[in-house]
Structures are given as structure tokens and as C-alpha cells.
Design a protein around this ligand. Structure first.
Ligand code: GUN
Length: 293
């Protein structure tokens, strides 16, 4: 079986095109959506992500501020910046790139973000709204992007068994909540590093979502023939044949599973491009909601 390759670049471009129109309308009405992106330290992957987020804002006509703070920045200094951004009317969305350096208490920082500006959907108020299925909240961008991909390809979720490997607050848990919601109606199992017989459990999945951060962990024996595989992993592995000395692979061994699944998100070019598109969508949503007040 040759699987359908789920083209995240194309779906992300469609989302962005919709947003460009919305942003033009907002601007005509005197409202320019604004996003502040905060990076603490010099993690190379984080620097790339933050750069891509700011670039996407420019491409769509969203006002942005990039705050690149030194690794020694204290918790107090970071929180002070968050309070400043909370009070800035030009800024509708605030994002602190994860993971911060170890001396920063990330949860405490997130608690200081105004939930109405929490376009990452990490604040407990937004986590609660996701669980409550209150659509005024913000949902983390990566799982939101995964749902958008399934919808764009007409992949049904109702009555299906979805297995999500990974229980992070950024992807695994919100993904499971979205899939089990009354909108999607999947039956959901969350698996993790302590799950017994992980391959056997995954083989019962109609939709398998891999969000663990372990390169090519999902092998052929994890995948039921005909299953849909969503690979959230973005892992750098050494590769001396590449100019940069590394290449990017997912959490799924693509070559091993491609002959048995019915559809799969490739890495790169699957879920990755959707994260930023959904961040832009959340920023526009934040702008709209703040206009009303
Ligand atoms: N690090 C990896 N993914 C994300 C994300 O979606 N948001 C933030 N803030 N940091 C991340």
C-alpha cells in the first residue's frame, strides 16, 4: 500500500492564506494583531523556531516583537517583561519559547501570562477551557495543527481508536483532549514510557499520534495495516553527509511503516509547518477577542 502523504506545507499555506484576508480586514478596522516572542538563552533549535515565528508574522502582516534574552536572565526579570507585555495594547499574544534554561521555573512564568494573551494555550485557565470544551480558550498550536491536518484530508475521527504516545502538556495531553472532545468523538488511549506492550497497544490504533521526541521509535510492529500515522517528532540526528552535520527525523521510522499505513505525515513537511500556522491563527483569535473589550 502506498500511503497518502499528508502535506503540512500545503495545508499550512491554506491556513495562512485565510489568515491574510482576516488580518487585512482587522487592519482596515484599525486593529493590527501583535505577537511577542520571548527566547531565553541560546538553544540552537529554539533560535530557529523563534526566527521562523517572527518571520511568519512579517509574511502575514502581524506586528511582532522578538525578545532574545541572555541565558543568565533571572526569573524576576522574565516575569517583569511578561507583565510589561500583558499591559502593552499592541501585543495580543505572548509566547515564551520552551524549554527555558534550567534555573527558570517555566510553570511560574506561564502563570504570569494574561490568559487572554496566552496563544500557546499553556496557562492553566486555557488548559481548563480545553478540558471543558470552551472554545474561547487557546489550544496548544501543535495538537491544533494535527487536528487541522486530519480535517483537511477528510480523515474521520468519530468512533475511531486513537492512541497518543506521549503525555506532555505541549502535545500529548492536549491532543488526547481534542480527539476525545464532542467535536472529534474518538476513543483515546494515552501511552507513555511506562506503558506495557507499547507496540501491541499501538497496533490497536486507527489513528496513531507519536509525540515522544525519540528518533524513529515507532517501527512497523506498532502500526495496524490501514492506520493513519501522525508524526509530531522533530529530532536532530547526526549525519556527516549533510552540510549542517545533522538531519531531521520524526518519532516514526517512515521507511518501516510506509507500506502498512493508509496516510502519514512526513518529517519534515508534515506537522511542523502547521505549528506556526496555528500560532498565527491563535494570535488573530486573541486580537479579535481583545477588540471586544
Ligand atoms: N517548544 C516546542 N514547541 C513549542 C511551542 O509550541 N510553544 C513554545 N512556546 N515552545 C515550544
Amino acid at each position: 500500500m502506498t500511503p497518502v502523504l499528508i502535506d503540512g506545507k500545503k495545508v499550512a499555506a491554506d491556513v495562512r492564506a485565510r489568515l491574510v484576508k482576516e488580518i487585512e480586514e482587522l487592519k482596515a478596522a484599525g486593529h493590527t494583531p501583535g505577537l511577542a516572542v520571548v527566547l531565553v538563552g541560546e538553544d540552537p533549535a529554539s533560535q530557529v523556531y523563534v526566527g521562523s515565528k517572527v518571520k511568519a508574522c512579517a509574511e502575514l502582516g502581524i506586528y511582532s516583537q522578538k525578545w532574545a534574552l541572555p541565558a543568565e536572565t533571572t526569573q524576576e526579570e522574565l516575569v517583569e517583561l511578561i507583565h510589561q507585555l500583558n499591559a502593552d495594547d499592541r501585543i495580543h499574544g505572548i509566547l515564551v519559547q520552551s524549554p527555558p534554561p534550567p534555573h527558570i521555573d517555566e510553570e511560574a512564568v506561564i502563570l504570569n501570562i494574561d490568559p487572554r494573551k496566552d496563544v500557546d494555550g499553556f496557562h492553566p485557565a486555557n488548559v481548563a477551557k480545553l478540558v471543558l470544551e470552551d472554545e474561547t480558550g487557546f489550544v496548544p498550536c501543535t495538537p491544533l495543527g494535527c487536528m487541522e491536518l486530519l480535517a483537511a484530508y477528510g480523515i474521520p475521527t468519530a468512533g475511531k481508536h486513537a492512541v497518543v504516545i506521549g503525555r506532555s502538556m505541549i502535545v500529548g495531553k492536549p491532543m488526547a483532549n481534542l480527539l476525545v472532545s464532542k467535536k472529534a468523538n474518538a476513543t483515546v488511549t494515552i501511552a507513555h514510557s511506562r506503558t506495557a506492550d507499547l507496540p501491541g497497544l499501538c497496533r490497536t490504533a486507527d489513528i496513531l499520534v507519536a509525540a515522544v521526541g525519540r528518533p524513529e521509535m515507532v517501527k512497523a510492529d506498532y502500526v495496524k495495516p490501514g492506520a493513519v500515522v501522525v508524526d509530531v517528532g522533530i529530532n536532530r540526528i547526526e549525519d556527516a553527509t549533510r552540510p549542517r552535520g545533522y538531519r531531521i527525523v520524526g518519532d516514526v521510522d517512515f521507511e518501516a511503516v510506509k507500506d502498512s499505513c493508509s496516510a502519514i505525515t512526513p518529517v519534515p513537511g508534515g506537522v511542523g509547518p502547521m505549528t506556526i500556522a496555528m500560532l498565527m491563527a491563535n494570535t488573530v483569535k486573541a486580537c479579535r477577542q481583545q477588540m471586544k473589550h
